[in-house]
Design a protein. Structure first.
Length: 254
């Protein structure tokens, strides 16, 4: 993916990583369209950031995805980058009967079915472009589990393997598949995460991502340094240590 000269659609970009990345990509000379559910918030963001475009979309709703895709393609026929950013993270207690099921189902709908449906809505158009990119968004937790967020971990692991598989299928079509793998970042994804000393400052994360795209335009995975501890635990042979550290466990799992 080139760092400049693209037309980019980022659903799930009204806050957090999505909005920060949208603004940085706009600064780099890209036309950027953000997507979100609340029109008032979209209007506020576009008023504050001239040149940024917006489309209403609910990535949990099939009809909304289809309407938004038709609108984005009609208004921006040179669209060549889709970033499947929208996601939720929920703490779940699977030891409480029935107390986790609704949360788990909503997480799967947003984090896994959402990207699948978005890609399905845009892939034909992207294949018609001379060069295009689908950027999926997984997580360091795709590679090492945080005990309190099992459905989130599972959906992000699925996004990783979906990315690997689509890259194989789309090889030779002109559509690159790039997987963004964030570590914990200071956003409102979980309560208290914005102030977490463990989490990476949002501005630092986005700057490193942009620099990686600039210097490694053919990369298939975008990995800031902070995520490598989680990403490569199994390859290094210290997976158990990674999981224990992530979950503050002693070597006996306590």
């Amino acid at each position: 993916m080139d760092i400049t000269g693209n037309t980019v659609f980022i659903p799930g970009a009204t806050s957090g990583i999505g909005l920060a990345l949208a603004l940085r990509l706009q600064q780099e000379g890209n036309t950027v369209v953000i997507g979100g559910r609340r029109t008032a918030l979209l209007d506020q963001i576009t008023a504050e950031h001239p040149g940024l475009h917006a489309v209403e979309i609910d990535t949990t709703d099939v009809a909304s995805i289809q309407r938004a895709a038709a609108q984005v393609i009609a208004e921006h026929p040179d669209l060549d980058v889709l970033v499947t950013m929208a996601g939720i993270m929920r703490v779940e207690d699977w030891t409480t009967p029935g107390g986790f099921l609704t949360s788990a189902e909503e997480t799967v709908t947003t984090n896994l079915l959402g990207p699948i449906r978005l890609i399905a809505a845009f892939v034909e158009h992207l294949r018609s472009r001379p060069a295009a990119t689908i950027m999926t968004v997984s997580s360091g937790l795709a590679f090492a589990p945080l005990a309190v967020t099992p459905s989130y971990n599972a959906t992000k692991a699925a996004v990783h393997m979906l990315s690997e598989s689509l890259r194989l299928q789309l090889a030779g079509t002109g559509v690159a598949v790039v997987e963004l793998e964030p570590p914990s970042v200071r956003t409102a994804l979980l309560p208290g995460q914005e102030d977490s000393e463990f989490a990476m400052p949002l501005a630092d994360f986005v700057e490193e991502v942009v620099e990686l795209i600039r210097t490694q335009p053919d990369a298939t995975e975008i990995q800031v340094e902070n995520v490598e501890f989680l990403r490569y635990g199994e390859a290094r042979g210290d997976y158990d240590h990674v999981v224990a550290t992530l979950n503050h466990l002693d070597p006996h799992g306590h």
